[in-house]
Design a protein around this ligand. Structure first.
Ligand code: CMC
Length: 391
């Protein structure tokens, strides 16, 4: 066993070569194919970033139009899929539903089993990117007992999702451009983040040659946890629980207490030992959205004050704990009208692009092998079986 390196949590193991995303955690830098995340968030669109991640370069106008057209053509889901939703309780968590319905897509697209065919991989990737908003919106509609809405392919990716989520068949739904832009920006900020837990899960599942829809379902399951994507839901719940600025010191004290399992949700990161650049854009977007919607959310004041207090506290300074992408996103999503239980499903929707891009990269890599970590065995040495009456 001396031959193996012990690295729990993979803090120092590179599992692959990748040309998609670069993070310099000390500098707080995030690049997709070389482009800084703040530039993409400000100037680009989620469709462009998706193309960039999948293809390697930003599209020209004709390429972008074609890509958007292709994604639009795949937004519908099979009618039979509706019956799957009906099998869930109405109070099912949307992430539980997403694990199920995305995994179930593998039963609808048997052609995707041929993962060595680049064309089949491309179609599966487009299907996944296109159908995630439809499936996530359906999970929400199901939870509130409203009818599912079909996609409207005249709308943008974000606009379509907003309409399927908040629209009703009896009325026209007018997409607010401010919300549409904020939604699109949130999607960009979540699109990819190199070898995080869920992406590594997708790669590991995919390394056995499994169906891509099943691999993405595995990624969704991993993302759900509060240490990962589930932190956006947990962060807003925590901020609401704190409620008022005067209660912040109590929670800071709890976060620092080693006998208390409580952590500041939306704080800290395995790779960033500096401000998460996504959190910066997120905080700025929260200010813009709340201003434009004329919403004043006391939770936003709590979040800003909490950040200020934590960033001046020796515990957080020493451990280099800063707000991460999940700290401010919930404030925006809540202002838009999403319940907290939908937050992680939105993360999954956007991260699907990164997952499929990484999955494609892995399968195209000649060095690709089935992922198979080793272990340091700590159990008993060989011994003889003892019959039950002798134990
Ligand atoms: N509040 C209080 N203390 C913390 C926190 C926090 N949020 N995060 C880390 N620490 C402490 C931790 O107790 C440990 O202290 P010590 O060295 O004394 O034992 C030290 O900082 C290092 O923490 P770690 O758990 O060893 O670090 P990690 O790289 O394994 O974990 C993390 C990273 C993100 C899981 C962790 O910071 C955390 O649990 N944060 C809260 C959950 C969260 O916001 N997750 C979202 C991550 S970002 C994007 C995403 O994936 O969604």
């Amino acid at each position: 066993t001396d031959r193996f390196t012990y690295d729990p949590g993979f803090t120092s193991t590179a599992s692959c070569d990748s040309g998609l995303t670069f993070i310099d955690g000390d500098k707080g830098m995030l690049l997709h194919r070389g482009y800084p995340i703040d530039q993409l968030a400000e100037k680009s669109s989620f469709m462009e970033v998706s193309y960039l991640l999948l293809d390697g370069e930003l599209p020209n106008k004709a390429q972008l139009d074609e890509f958007e057209y292709t994604i639009n053509r795949h937004t519908m889901v099979h009618e039979q899929l509706k019956t799957l939703y009906n099998g869930f309780r109405r109070d099912a968590h949307p992430m539980a539903i997403m694990c199920g319905v995305v995994g179930a897509l593998s039963a609808f697209y048997h052609d995707s089993t041929d993962i060595n065919d680049p064309e089949q991989r491309r179609i599966a990737s487009h299907r996944l990117i296109a159908k995630m908003p439809t499936l996530a919106a359906m999970a929400y509609k199901y939870s509130i007992g409203q009818p599912f809405l079909y996609p409207d392919n005249n709308l943008s990716y974000a606009g379509n999702f907003l309409r399927m989520t908040f629209g009703v068949p009896a009325e026209d739904y007018v997409v607010d451009p401010v919300i549409e832009r904020a939604m699109d920006r949130i999607f960009i900020l979540h699109a990819d983040h190199e070898q995080n837990a869920s992406t590594s899960t997708v790669r590991l599942a995919g390394s056995s040659g499994a169906n891509p829809f099943a691999c993405i379902a595995a990624g969704i399951a991993c993302l759900w946890g509060p240490a990962h994507g589930g932190a956006n839901e947990a962060a807003l719940n925590m901020l609401r629980e704190i409620g008022t600025v005067d209660r912040i010191p109590e929670y800071i004290a709890r976060a620092k207490d080693k006998n208390d399992p409580f952590r500041l949700m939306g704080f800290g990161h395995r790779v960033y030992k500096n401000y998460d650049p996504r959190a910066k854009v997120m905080a700025q977007t929260a200010t813009e959205v709340l201003d434009k919607l004329g919403v004043s959310d006391p939770v936003f004041d709590v979040a800003r004050k909490l950040e200020e207090i934590a960033l001046n506290d020796p515990y957080f300074i020493e451990k280099k704990l800063y707000p991460n992408v999940d700290f401010y996103s919930g404030i925006i999503l809540s202002a838009i009208g999403f319940p907290t239980t939908m937050f992680t499903a939105l993360f999954a929707l956007a991260r699907t692009v990164g997952w499929v891009a990484q999955w494609n990269e892995m399968i195209s890599d000649p060095a690709q092998k089935i992922g198979r970590p080793r272990q340091l065995y700590t159990g008993p040495t060989q011994r003889d079986y003892v019959p039950v009456d002798k134990r």
